[in-house]
Design a protein around this ligand. Structure first.
Ligand code: CMP
Length: 131
């Protein structure tokens, strides 16, 4: 078993899609081991996305992620990180594979409904960041 972090982003929470995302995760055999609804501050969001410091999209990303509640959750499953990246699809919903969560409900590269850890190392850091 391994763990990863998923965040339901404000665009999905605002459209009442939290339950839908949880259902997709549970049907894909993920166990939710931690979960909460939080309103992120600018400071916390900048810390979380520190790896994107200097990127042209960072300010807009921070404004978006602080615009409404988000739902971080720690998920457990065999091969959790890699399988979740497959389940959510590419960062840009326009290029995400058919059937993935971002293909299904993502609006654009910023409002892409969910974040997921990209490696086991980052998953451990991101879970510790929120829980
Ligand atoms: P996420 O997985 O949360 O990681 C960083 C986020 O930055 C990403 O999803 C996108 O929502 C957002 N983003 C906005 N513009 C870009 C871009 N040009 N390239 C990558 N990520 C972007």
């Amino acid at each position: 078993m391994s763990r990863t972090l998923l965040i339901v982003k404000p665009d999905a929470a605002e459209r009442n899609l939290i339950g839908h995302i949880i259902s997709r995760l549970e049907k894909s055999r993920y166990k939710i081991v931690e979960m909460k609804m939080v309103r992120l501050t600018e400071e916390v969001t900048r810390k979380f996305y520190a790896v994107h410091e200097g990127q042209p999209f960072l300010d807009d990303l921070v404004a978006f992620m602080t615009s409404g509640p988000v739902v971080p959750m720690a998920l457990e499953k065999d091969n959790a990180v890699e399988d979740l990246r497959i389940l959510i699809g590419a960062t840009n919903p326009e290029t995400a594979a058919c059937g993935t969560i971002r293909f299904e409900i993502g609006k654009n590269i910023e409002k892409n409904s969910v974040h997921a850890s990209d490696s086991d190392e980052n998953a451990a850091k991101e879970i510790a960041f929120f829980f």
